[in-house]
Design a protein around this ligand. Structure first.
Ligand code: NIG
Ligand code: FE
Length: 387
């Protein structure tokens, strides 16, 4: 079975060899999908025949968004914490414990229902690949359970046992790190592709550079790829540590020193920016312009979580990145698609070359620019295809 998608007023391929500019834009385009992959792409006038046909009526099509950072396995509600922040209370990670409490108390089916609902919200807004972290269980069984459930919805699962030190380990951080790097890692590694750590010495709840190094090195020995929550609340050691250890991505990058920017510009580690967090914590937005001008690779992700960024919307992140972070629409769309793919070391998503996964987001608009130009308007949806 193959499907011809036609009537594409503007196609963002992310391949400069296929079309104009860095986004490889093709006007009046068509695309054939077969076996779930892009089989042909080009001008509509040259399109081959296919078994089925979908006409998108002159709309713009972009690669499905690749949301490379999300925490979707949790229970409970922290709207009161958000409301308190809006009166001036500062975020320091302390609220994570309340989500841990609610998550431990929830049944598998409650967690699964919440997770499925959030993934459905993402898909409804154009996201076709999502990474999902554990990190609200923080016992051997609850972390393994979180990752088992995450595996039901995505291959991009991340073990975040080192999210915070849970209450029962208060004052015994080293003992908790031993658990995270020992029995908890053994139980979680079979369900995880990645390991992550919240490296933020400025928070009394998270991990300093030595602990973060121990966690990441143990994960690497277990065959996991490395990711870091770094420099969210202060210009701490996380970014440089992640770059030194060859992390695939360091995420947040809100407070950066010149050394941090140099490390990101000079290496292969992606800087993943999460503007939903700054929206919800009232911290300053990360300076994407500075990173891009220095030569760093930037990704955008939602960081969907109940504490610092309870949004599933990649279009919202694109709009914030353009308005608040100095990115152009071209850069923001690239970061939300190809950038996310790089942050997950995936070459089959984030672009629409032949051979890519046929993951399409259709915009109810004539151009990708509308993602930033019409903020808050539900323009994007994924296109289900019969292939
Ligand atoms: O990415 N910073 C650490 N972790 C999450 C927030 C978790 C929470 O507050 O529940 C983040 O911002
Ligand atoms: Fe996060």
């Amino acid at each position: 079975m193959s499907t011809l998608v036609t009537g594409i007023g503007e196609l963002v391929s992310n391949d400069p060899l296929l079309g104009a500019g860095p986004l490889g834009v093709v006007h009046d385009a068509a695309l054939v999908a077969a076996d779930g992959l892009v089989a042909w792409v080009g001008p509509a006038t040259a399109a081959p025949a296919a078994d089925d046909r979908v006409d998108v009526g002159g709309r713009a099509v972009v690669p499905g968004f690749v949301d490379s950072h999300a925490h979707l396995v949790f229970a409970g509600d922290r709207s009161a914490e958000f409301a308190a922040r809006m009166t001036g209370v500062r975020y320091d990670g302390g609220g994570i414990a309340s989500t841990v409490h609610a998550t431990r108390a929830a049944s598998d089916s409650e967690l699964r229902t919440r997770l499925a609902g959030l993934v459905a919200e993402m898909r409804a807004q154009g996201t076709t690949t999502v990474e999902v972290k554990s990190g609200y269980g923080l016992t051997v069984d609850d972390e393994a359970r979180s990752l088992r459930l995450a595996r039901e919805v995505t291959a991009e699962t991340t073990y975040l046992g080192a999210h915070v030190v849970p209450p029962e380990y208060a004052g015994r951080r080293d003992d908790y790190v031993a658990l995270v790097t020992g029995p908890m890692l053994d139980a979680c590694a079979p369900y995880a592709r990645w390991i992550d750590v919240f490296c933020e010495p400025a928070s009394p709840h998270s991990f300093d550079a030595d602990s973060a190094r121990a966690v990441l090195e143990a994960g690497r020995r277990a065959g996991l790829g490395l990711r870091v929550h770094a420099n969210q609340l202060s210009a701490g050691p996380g970014v440089v540590l992640g770059c030194e250890l060859g992390a695939t991505s360091v995420d947040h990058c809100t407070y950066l020193s010149g050394t941090d920017v140099d490390a990101l510009a000079g290496g292969g580690t992606v800087a993943t920016l999460l503007p939903g967090v700054e929206f919800s914590t009232r911290h300053p937005y990360p300076d994407a312009r500075r990173l891009i001008d220095a030569g760093a690779t930037v990704a955008l992700a939602s960081d969907c979580n109940p504490g610092t960024s309870f949004t599933t919307s990649m279009p919202f992140c694109v709009a914030l990145a353009v308005r608040e972070m100095g990115m152009t629409p071209v850069e923001a769309v690239t970061a939300a698609t190809a950038g996310g793919a790089q942050a997950l070391r995936r070459d089959d998503v984030g672009h629409l070359r032949v051979g890519a996964r046929a993951d399409l987001a259709v915009l109810d608009a004539p151009s990708y620019v509308h993602l930033a130009y019409r903020p808050g308007v539900p323009l994007a949806r994924t296109l289900p295809l019969r292939t």
